[in-house]
Design a binder for this molecule. Structure first.
Ligand SMILES: [Zn+2]
Ligand SMILES: [Zn+2]
Length: 380
């Protein structure tokens, strides 16, 4: 990861840098504008790899980005998704993350990040705020301080390297509402680009348009789980994505994704991918072309049907337990069952003598779960 950030105050400078390739030092003289602003980033070499894994975390957001063996996690799902995040990172061998991005302080984005930090360290943890009044935020912050270099509030224009891909912060803290604090970022790899908007709503979308940021992207992680408060026409006109990924829980009580954004995406000619219908979604890039892998397939009709309680689409084999809303989960864990966890290993135990644990420590059951531990079959 690049340590020195380029702070691009002026749009003109920004464009000049884009034309010169963004890795150029800020002092580089802008050359003649021989080619358009996009498509001039260095093309990745033969050995290079890039993928974005949109992790199916139900009504929440989480994506693991990999480029040339470098990793970045954008959001971590709900508290109950810690084990999912832990498993995905472990499977990818991602025990050292270049960057963790907490798009904003809501539980469905930061709740599972303690699970990430219980497996991996991160050089940098980005968040639009350093304080937020919730237990899960305080837990996340503690983990980020211990394993993720503390919380860093980026600025629009900041750039980071992720292997041969580059990450640009386009905006954050565009409004009072927590959703509108979302860090919006663009990842560019060769000629392909991925736009992440957290739960940014119309107000934040307008602020991005006003900023003059280059918003064109091949893949849009659709804002706020397909809520009608996001994906406005003016914003979509600038982004014009080929693929729109909606991270959403099957039968969620918010009835996301809503009719409005689905029809706007359809009108814009986007191919829609939905975690409630497609499960895990992996989009790989060779720098020019994208390839898509999903757990499950869905018909176009299903993909264009709004979500919610009334939807009846075949359940996956493993039925999901109902997820409490972020507001509910804050209060729902008042009874503290205590368990024992080992220094190394992935199970929690009721018996501190079980499995010859070395230096077991006692933590609450919810904490063990948020750390990604699963019950021991012998003693639990
Ligand atoms: Zn959300
Ligand atoms: Zn939110």
């Amino acid at each position: 990861m690049k340590k020195a950030k380029l702070k691009l105050g002026l749009l003109a400078l920004c464009l000049a840098l884009l034309m010169a390739g963004c890795a150029a030092p800020a002092s580089a003289a802008p050359g003649p504008a021989a080619s358009p602003a996009r498509d001039t980033a260095d093309m990745p070499g033969e050995e290079s790899s890039f993928s974005v894994h949109f992790i199916d975390v139900g009504q929440a957001d989480a994506a693991l980005v990999e480029c040339d063996g470098h990793f970045m996690l954008v959001d971590g799902g709900n508290r109950g998704d810690s084990d999912v995040i832990y498993t995905v990172l472990k499977k990818a061998g991602a025990d050292k993350l270049d960057m963790v991005v907490a798009s904003h302080a809501h539980e469905d984005h930061i709740g599972g990040l303690p699970g990430a930090f219980s497996y991996a360290t991160a050089e940098l943890t980005l968040c639009p705020v350093t304080d937020y009044d919730s237990d899960i935020f305080r837990t996340f912050k503690e983990y980020a301080e211990e394993k993720g270099g503390g919380l860093t509030v980026p600025e629009a224009g900041d750039m980071y390297d992720l292997g041969s891909a580059e990450v640009e912060i386009l905006g954050l803290n565009a409004g009072e509402d927590t959703n509108n604090t979302s860090i919006v970022l663009m990842i560019r790899y060769g000629e392909t680009s991925f736009l992440f908007t957290g739960d940014a709503e119309r107000e934040a979308e307008q602020a991005l348009l006003d900023s003059g940021a280059e918003l064109k992207a091949d893949v849009l992680k659709v804002g706020h789980h397909g809520s009608d408060t996001s994906t406005s026409y003016p914003f979509l006109r600038e982004v014009m994505p080929e693929y729109a990924v909606i991270s959403v829980g099957e039968g969620n009580s918010y009835e996301h994704p809503e009719e409005g954004p689905l029809s706007r995406l359809r009108d814009a000619g986007c191919k829609i991918l939905r975690s409630d219908l497609n499960g895990d979604i992996i989009i790989s890039s060779d720098g020019k072309k994208l390839s898509i892998t999903t757990d499950k397939t869905a018909t176009e009709e299903q993909l264009l049907t709004p979500g919610g309680k009334t939807q009846s689409i075949a359940k996956p084999a493993a039925a999901e337990s109902p997820r409490p809303s972020p507001e509910e989960t804050e209060q729902s864990q008042t009874q503290e069952t205590m368990v024992w966890i080992p220094k190394s290993g992935s199970k929690y135990h009721s018996d501190p003598e079980c499995s010859n644990m070395k230096d077991p420590s006692q933590v609450s059951l919810s904490q063990a779960e948020s750390l990604g531990y699963t019950p021991c079959k012998k003693c639990w």
